[in-house]
Design a protein around this ligand. Structure first.
Ligand code: KIV
Length: 296
């Protein structure tokens, strides 16, 4: 029998209270902004949890910033679940939200519920996010009735990039803004615990946030939302293909990694790495015995 006792969730939380969908609601009521970032791996999740980021979204942006796809459309359920598991091993404080990939919830209601359930049953997630408005209400209701919290996503929904003709801001005309506003109310009525608003005019996002009882999380939607999310690789300056206008870069990891890899390459080629402090010693008498044994 193993003598190692499992680490309790209290110990992993280090005295902090676990963030839940209820905490999201409380933050909205108290006017404290919700912090959310994307993560796709264990070390990043560990650091975010240590800092106390409220929520980690394992976004299907995974496809672009980690897997090198052109857009998010090729991302599969298996790829999402694999990365969700890695994040769940590192994060115990943040609310963990798995992003449902393209065609995992659009084909049928039954398929949507099964796939949403896999995020909780197989990958340690506590909620799912999916894109779209009125056309998704039925699927959202079914997922929630299976006991799975759902976060909505309106505005620039990247899985519809081909309908939009590119990664373009949404809701800029009165009619588009009205449609988005109505969709937000419908998603709230369907039971979503929160909504992402992506790339929409700041005054529209603020209006929607004021009208809704559930919290909104903005990305490129100004600071009138109840919280903010960014793609972590954008924030770290690690994704060099393009940087959306709404990103603030908090670091330049691309340049820093380039510098480190370059320095390593030079050190190996010039023989300055590994140095004596990186090597393993062998006692002199053992070495002599070896040379005698093999008659070297
Ligand atoms: O996939 C993702 O990272 C997202 C965020 C941009 C909200 O959906």
């Amino acid at each position: 029998m193993s003598t190692i006792s499992p680490i309790s969730s209290e110990a992993l939380l280090k005295g902090r209270k676990k963030i839940t969908t209820k905490s999201f609601q409380q933050k909205k009521i108290s006017g404290n902004p919700i912090t959310m970032l994307t993560a796709y791996d264990y070390p990043t999740a560990l650091i975010m949890d240590r800092v106390g980021i409220d929520s980690i979204l394992i976004g299907d942006s995974l496809g672009m910033v980690v897997l090198g796809y052109e857009n998010t459309l090729p991302v599969t359920m298996e790829e999402m679940l694999h990365h969700c598991r890695a994040v769940a091993r590192g994060a115990h404080y943040a609310l963990l939200i798995g992003d449902m990939p393209f065609l995992s919830y659009q084909v049928s209601i039954e398929n949507a519920v099964r796939n949403a359930g896999r995020f909780l049953q197989e990958a340690g997630m506590e909620a799912v996010k999916l894109e779209g408005g009125r056309e998704r209400v039925e699927a959202i209701r079914a997922i929630i009735s299976a006991g799975i919290p759902v976060m909505g996503h309106l505005g620039l929904t990247p899985q519809s990039v081909n309908l939009f003709g590119g990664f373009r801001a949404q809701g800029k005309t009165a009619s588009a803004a009205k449609r988005l506003y109505e969709d937000a109310l419908l998603l709230q009525d369907a039971g979503c615990f929160s909504l992402v608003l992506e790339s929409v005019p700041d005054r529209l996002a603020e209006l929607v946030s004021q009208k809704l009882e559930i919290p909104t999380i903005g990305i490129g939607a100004g600071n009138g939302c109840d919280g903010q999310v960014l793609v972590t690789h954008d924030l770290l300056g690690l994704f060099d293909r393009f940087t959306p206008k709404f990103v603030r870069k908090y670091a330049d990891f691309y340049t820093e990694m380039e510098r480190a890899f370059d320095a390593y390459q030079i050190d190996v080629e010039t023989g300055s790495f590994p140095a004596s402090e990186h090597t393993v010693d062998m006692p002199e008498e053992e070495w002599k015995e070896l040379l005698e044994e093999i008659r070297f």
